[in-house]
Design a protein around this ligand. Structure first.
Ligand SMILES: *Cc1c(COP(=O)(O)O)cnc(C)c1O
Length: 394
């Protein structure tokens, strides 16, 4: 048994598990008892692989970024999740979960979304499969993310505003959980990252692991070795990082580097760098590291990047932090913006602001000329254009 994967009860070391209200027990239990059989079945594999190939556009390229490599005097490859349908890795997970939902005979899909990226990926697969889609979103986020709200609506989803609390992601999650409790039979809840009660973190990590599965083959072809020196990914909840690390977890010679958004700075009070300022606690159904006050109130996170603006990290990452299997790097808003512009000017690729946090870590790390470094480019920057326009005065 690996020390970096979930055990039968969904624990990664001391993190993980399923801390849920009694009223959710049946929904989560049905999934827990069936997910491994479904994911392992020939039918699922055929459908999943087929859709990843022809609908999502996989395998995504592993691109040797020569200008960036020259800049940092090493060999840098970009795993191009930005080239997937809908523009980010999130579609890998929603394709997988919609197939699980169909197998379980569910007719209704619910999801929560902050910036709207997971909502769009969910609405997309619901349109594809002809299933009803309800997306819970904080009222403030609905105002901030108008283009994604329009996308979801055009795709046929119902976007329901969460009007309690701070009217953001946390409150949308509470509304989604309430919905699930009220619809115990016909509804599947598609969670968008490696968070939530077991089996979600493990299920989402397995669905995203296609990223590192492809990387191994592509590295072998391009460098002669399946294993690189290092893999770098940004961490919000941690799903793109989990997917990029997954098939390298046991290769202890491969450095795993997780980049968190420190916002205005780790000690500024305006940050989302959970591994730096977080403590042990339970958030959204699992034990992990989270940003909280001494008496356990969740602290509002802050990052310029909506996808990293989350007060916790998934339990897999909390364990990778605790065991020191992964190194954690904090990247500020300013550093991420600079890195986004640098990649754009050097390679002609406009990255998502989230992915720019992974790129920015190059300035803090030291690699040798012969090293092979893979950066998971989790998404493209179209959605961040208004932020880029403001900061680069475009
Ligand atoms: C949502 C998002 C993230 C953060 O989510 P993870 O679960 O940590 O991967 C990162 N990059 C992009 C492009 C996203 O849309």
């Amino acid at each position: 048994m690996s020390m970096y994967n979930a055990n039968k009860k969904g624990f990664y070391g001391k993190f993980g598990g399923a801390y849920i209200p009694e009223l959710l027990h049946n929904n989560v239990e049905e999934l827990r008892l069936t997910y491994l059989d479904i994911l392992g079945s020939d039918e699922f594999k055929t459908d999943f692989d087929g859709l990843l190939k022809d609908y999502v556009g996989r395998p995504t390229p592993l691109y040797l970024a020569q200008n960036l490599s020259e800049q940092y005097q090493t060999n840098i490859y970009l795993k191009r999740e930005d080239l997937t349908h809908t523009g980010a890795h999130k579609i890998n997970n929603t394709i997988g979960q919609i197939l699980v939902a169909k197998k379980l005979g569910k007719k209704r899909i619910i999801a929560e979304t902050g910036a709207g990226q997971h909502g769009v990926a969910t609405a997309t697969v619901c349109a594809l499969m002809g299933l009803e889609c309800i997306v819970y979103m904080g009222e403030i986020d609905i105002q901030r993310q108008a283009p994604n709200v329009a996308r979801m609506k055009m795709l046929g989803a119902t976007v329901v505003p969460a009007t309690s609390g701070s009217k953001t992601l946390k409150d949308a999650t509470n509304e989604a959980i309430r919905d699930w409790i009220n619809h115990p039979h016909d509804t599947h809840y598609i969670i968008g990252s490696v968070v939530g009660p077991h089996p979600y973190p493990d299920m989402v990590a397995r669905l995203q692991s296609v990223i590192s599965q492809e990387m191994r083959l592509q590295l072998k072809q391009k460098t002669g070795s399946e294993t690189p020196t290092a893999i770098i990914a940004c961490v919000g909840g941690g799903s793109n990082a989990a997917g990029a690390f997954y098939h390298f977890l046991e290769d202890e010679n491969v450095q795993l580097i997780a980049c968190e958004a420190s916002g205005m700075g780790v000690d500024s009070g305006k940050t989302a760098a959970t591994s730096f300022v977080g403590t042990e606690g339970v958030l959204h159904g699992s034990k992990s590291l989270l940003m909280q006050t001494k008496d356990g109130q969740v602290v509002e996170p802050y990052s310029i990047s909506a996808g990293l603006d989350y007060p916790g990290i998934g339990p897999m990452h909390a364990n990778l932090f605790e065991t020191k299997r992964a190194s954690f790097v904090a990247v500020t808003d300013k550093e991420a913006l600079d890195a986004a512009l640098e990649l754009t000017r050097l390679e002609g690729i406009i990255p998502a602001l989230e992915s720019a946090h992974a790129l920015a870590s190059l300035k803090q790390l030291q690699f040798k000329k012969e090293d092979v470094v893979v950066i998971n480019l989790s998404g493209r920057g179209d959605k961040d254009l208004s932020t880029y326009m403001k900061h680069f005065e475009l």
